[in-house]
Design a protein around this ligand. Sequence first.
Ligand code: ADP
Ligand code: MG
Length: 292
Amino acid sequence: ATPTAIMVGTGRAAHLGILVKGAQVLEGSKKITTVVFDKTGTLTRGQMRLAEVATSDSADVEVLRRAAAAESGSEHPVAAAITTAARERGLVLPEVAEFSSVAGHGVRAEVDGTTVHVGRRELLDQQQLHLPEQLAARAADMEAQGHTAVYVGWDGHVHGVVGVADTLKDEAADVVRHLHDMGLQVGMITGDNQQTAEAIAAQAGIDRVLAEVLPADKVTEVRRLQDEGHTVAMVGDGVNDAPALVQANFGIAIGTGTDVAIESSDITLMSGQLDGVTHAIQLSRTTLRTIY
Ligand code: ADP
Ligand code: MG
């Protein structure tokens, strides 16, 4: 492409709140066949809040108190939802010891002299914490609604399941429809469980769901799509999206996301509004059409 035409393209991009890294970048997006969105913080607002607490033999506040104490050392959006809810209810959180976290799974800490585990079902299964059937059923209901079920266990049992909810960004479904209209395939990738992921994807009109992907494996999934012949635009906001943004043919960072994601991307959507994804791809198409 000629330098002038590219400058026109990047100038218009800037006007649309799209920060383009280098003049050649828009060219990279012309052959995209597939757009993959990260879920949390990209398709959704990423501000999780507590929706419900289900318990078996303990009081709701006891489950919430222990979960929040264990989560107080974590910066994950799930942890923020749980600690905020505990604070709002005026719960006093005990000091914890021996906090540790497993990326993409959850946390554990010693609370009141007992080890409390909080996280995905698999994490608690591994610790051989028994899950009562009635709680498993409540968790399934939460996931069918698109909520993330967070399991809370200690002393050999899961004592509660906390439902944490995030909401789609207002424009998400429109942007997905627009991308489909442009002839592109659209997918979603997340560390969240399959049922929750499918419920959220359905709300956004996305039919290709890659769920339960560990943070380090997002890049592998992008590479797999490329091996299958897709030219991939990846849209993400998190530290764990950074390698996938680099691997993708076109990396799109959300401006409200982490610095690492922004540094790893080709373009950044300054406002965090997803419309920028369609604008950027359209812009590359029109810019190139003008030139050749
Ligand atoms: P995402 O791709 O949605 O950002 P992550 O890979 O960070 O998800 O986490 C995947 C899943 O692991 C979450 O949906 C949650 O169920 C669980 N998880 C991760 N961190 C925590 C935590 N601090 N507390 C409880 N659960 C967690
Ligand atoms: Mg994210």
